[in-house]
Structure formats: C-alpha cells, structure tokens
Ligand binder design. Structure first.
Ligand SMILES: [Zn+2]
Ligand SMILES: [Zn+2]
Ligand SMILES: [Zn+2]
Length: 213
C-alpha cells in the first residue's frame, strides 16, 4: 500500500550510494575470439599448393587446391575447365587433410585453455589491485566496525581480517557478504589455498567459460 504521497516522494532527494568502479574481467569468453586465434596460429602460408583430384561418391572426379606441406584445403571444388592438365593432376591427400583437421581441433583446445587461464590471471590481478585499494580499506573498516572489532566466527577473538562469503559482487560487495574474522577462524575457513588464493575465489573463477560454438 502506498503511504507516502507521490508529491512528497518527488520532493525527497534520492540518496544514491556511489558505486565503486571496479571492472573485473568478464567470466564469459566468446568462442569466436578463440577460433580466430587458433586460425591465426595455424594459418597456412606454405607455397607448395596445387589442384588435386578426388572422387565423388558417384565416382566422378572433382578438384580442389591442397597445400602439399600441411594438407590444408585451400579452395572449394574448382570448375574442371580451370584445372590445367587434369589427367596428370595429383591425388588429393585425405590422410594429410584429416591430420590437419585433427591438429586444428587440438589447436582450438589449446587456445581455449590458454584463454581461460589468461582470463583468470587477469581477474586475479584486478582482485589484487582491489585488495590494495582505498575502496577495499573503506569496506573492510565498515565491516570491522559493524562487528565491533570482534570475530563473527567465534565472537571471542578480536577480528583483524575480513572474509568474503561470496565473490558474486566483488568490487562492489553488499556488506553482509563480508564478515569480520580472526586469524584462527579464517584459517579454518581456508584449509587449502589454490595458487595462493582462497578456494572459494578459485571456485568462483571456475565459472570462466567459453560460450558459442
Ligand atoms: Zn600449408
Ligand atoms: Zn574467530
Ligand atoms: Zn576468507
């Protein structure tokens, strides 16, 4: 039920908290970026390329240009009239072509892994900068103040640290996503650290994924 007259609402200055501007890299990677990188890596610039003949399922010959070095297919089916000396045209090397395709799949996989690792590293780098920033200091102070300086894990020891319960809004946390904590309690929460980072943060980064394709 509306209890405040609209006129009054309109007259009230809207308090808007300034959002902290921390741009963490997206956890979403476009597969097209990866395909393009894999294609660049595997670009065929060999010079030995020539028309080659293969047989269609109905036994009729067709011609395509193939790289003699890496097996890359360099053209679609060519008009017969455009192929000189058709009778002496070398055979299409299907084995080499298939190997090239398999290597292409591997290259994509490697580029994909590399892109994910890169994105995680970029993310961690922003996080390190954030933890060293005045923004984080101010958030930290407010959380410690809220807890009256006492650990929210044991309500006994003085809290000296602040723990993230989630990284969903990292850089612009809702303050209930953070707790004041003492060292021993904090150690209980982080029995294992991966790459020197809390497990929960690494789990957050497991969300880095490739979409499309
Ligand atoms: Zn080639
Ligand atoms: Zn504690
Ligand atoms: Zn923590």
């Amino acid at each position: 039920m509306e209890t405040t007259p609209n006129a009054l609402l309109g007259a009230m200055p809207r308090q808007r908290r300034l959002r902290r501007e921390w741009h963490f890299p997206s956890l979403d990677i476009d597969s097209r970026e990866i395909s393009a990188e894999a294609a660049r890596l595997r670009h065929c610039d060999h010079l030995r390329r020539e028309p080659r003949v293969a047989l269609q399922s109905d036994g009729k010959p067709f011609y395509r240009i193939q790289c003699a070095d890496c097996g890359q297919k360099l053209s679609h089916s060519l008009p017969h009239s455009s192929v000189p000396n058709r009778e002496r045209c070398p055979q299409w090397n299907e084995e080499l072509y298939q190997r090239r395709l398999r290597e292409g799949v591997d290259a994509y996989g490697q580029c994909r892994e590399a892109a994910i690792a890169r994105r995680k590293a970029e993310w961690r780098a922003v996080y390190r900068r954030y933890l060293a920033s005045a923004d984080w200091q101010s958030v930290r102070q407010r959380v410690l103040k809220r807890a009256g300086g006492i650990c929210e894990g044991c309500l006994e020891a003085p809290a000296r640290e602040v723990h993230h319960k989630t990284y969903a809004h990292v850089g612009d946390e809702l303050l209930f996503e953070l707790v004041a904590i003492c060292r021993p309690c904090h150690e209980r929460l982080h029995p294992s650290a991966t790459n020197g980072y809390p497990e929960l943060l690494e789990r957050h980064l497991e969300k880095v994924h490739v979409h499309g394709g």
